[in-house]
Design a protein around this ligand. Structure first.
Ligand code: UD1
Length: 369
């Protein structure tokens, strides 16, 4: 008689979740011991923020879609909890697996633990020590109640130990997002995005900005627009704009600063493969994203991060990431001048960022039966 499989709900909600769940879910589908169920909360719902990633990452359509959409933090988190509770009650999983630090992560964790279902957090232990960031609250809350914590970098192990999480719950498995990068880098080479944008390899920088601290404040937003205009005098600037940023910059009336500037390529949010191709062929990246700090460290690409802190210190200590802690046009331009004159930071790849993290995670979960 076939032994009972471990039923695990894998949760995705927002863009940075998809490339973290994809390699785990795929391996679980092949496992004789695990029955995975893919639940999409619908926190991100635009075609360009969600569906394109399922296509690019060759992920199956979600088994269950909660369609929660946008809202204030309380509204969004509450909606996810209400809908996800119904799923857990109906599906009766053995475990719920969440990734990263978005509202869907914490909402589904709270539902699972309160219903007595074991919760697994992938990318546990990261800390910016900045409680003004919604993601920091989500990380702290998720880790403190999770039963099994998979850690991507050394700092995560240290943080969890300091917070008193028992060692037997914690596993240093590496960075699952790098699995996706390794798995798709060849297909990304086939992307025609450079041609579509009319740019050539090495002659552009790639920009992403969406953190509330940068784009929700009109003064900061103005500095960012002025900085990009300044950079466009030196090289092409490719700026796939996040919906939050587009909405805010639009309402501040500052988007017109980009019009009639051939050197600034403002695009919709891009798919995974096109973005990876741009990352690989760019001169450097200017960003406030969490994941891009890691991807550039793996690729050895210079990355300037417009944040006061990072929850991913290995990208600064070991990798190619530089934090620019003050939103100052001249400061940013001087870092860019360094890169353009060849003064780039050389880095190494952190331990266990080797494309095999999902394998380690699935093996540990299989053996937990
Ligand atoms: C969320 C995550 C953030 C992550 C980012 C990546 C939280 C607290 N934040 O931030 O950690 O880095 O995703 O993108 O979970 N919108 C759309 N279409 C969509 C999704 C959002 O138009 O598909 C617009 C809506 O106006 C919405 C706004 O973007 O109000 C912000 O979306 P939200 O999910 O609240 O947070 P993000 O800023 O995307």
């Amino acid at each position: 008689m076939e032994s009972k499989k471990l039923k695990i709900i894998n949760v995705v909600g927002a863009r940075p979740n998809f490339m973290k769940i994809a390699p785990i879910h795929k391996l679980m589908l092949k496992s004789y011991k695990i029955q995975p169920i893919l639940v999409h909360t619908g926190q991100h719902y635009d075609e360009k923020m969600s569906k394109v990633f399922f296509d690019d990452l060759k992920m199956p359509v979600p088994d269950i879609y909660l369609n929660v959409g946008s809202g204030s933090h309380a509204v969004q988190t509450a909606k996810i909890m209400t809908e996800f509770e119904k799923v857990v009650l109906e599906q009766k999983p053995d475990m719920v697996l969440v990734v990263g630090d978005v509202n869907s992560t914490v909402a589904c964790t709270l539902v699972a633990v309160k219903l007595g279902v074991r919760c697994v957090h992938v990318e546990a232990g990261l800390r910016s020590f900045d409680r003004r960031m919604p993601e920091e609250i989500n990380r702290l809350m998720t880790d403190v109640v999770s039963d099994c914590l998979f850690v991507s970098e050394e700092s995560g192990m240290i943080n969890l130990k300091k917070e008193g999480i028992p060692d037997e719950k914690v596993f240093h498995v590496g960075n699952v997002m790098i699995d996706s990068l390794v798995n798709h880098i060849k297909s990304a080479d086939k992307s025609t995005i450079l041609k579509n944008l009319g740019i050539t390899a090495g002659d552009f920088c790639l920009v992403t900005l969406h953190r509330p601290s940068n784009v929700d404040d009109i003064e900061n937003a103005k500095i960012l627009v002025e900085t990009l205009i300044e950079l466009s005098k030196k090289l092409h600037v490719v700026f796939p704009i996040h919906p939050r940023t587009l909405k805010n910059f639009g309402s501040f009336g500052i988007l017109k600063g980009f019009s009639d500037n051939e050197k600034i390529k403002l695009t919709e949010p891009l798919g995974y493969l096109d973005f990876m191709k741009l990352m690989k062929e760019s001169r450097f990246l200017l960003t406030d994203s969490g994941g891009i700090q890691e991807e550039t460290t793996y690729l050895g690409k210079p990355c300037l991060t417009l944040r006061e802190n990072t929850e991913r210190p290995s990208t600064v200590i070991q990798g190619t990431n530089i934090l620019i802690k003050q939103l100052d046009k001249n400061l940013i331009v001087s870092h860019v001048n360094d890169i353009l004159s060849g003064k780039t930071k050389k880095g190494t790849v952190p331990k266990l960022w080797d494309g095999r993290t999902a394998e380690r995670i699935v093996k540990i979960l299989e053996n937990s039966m």
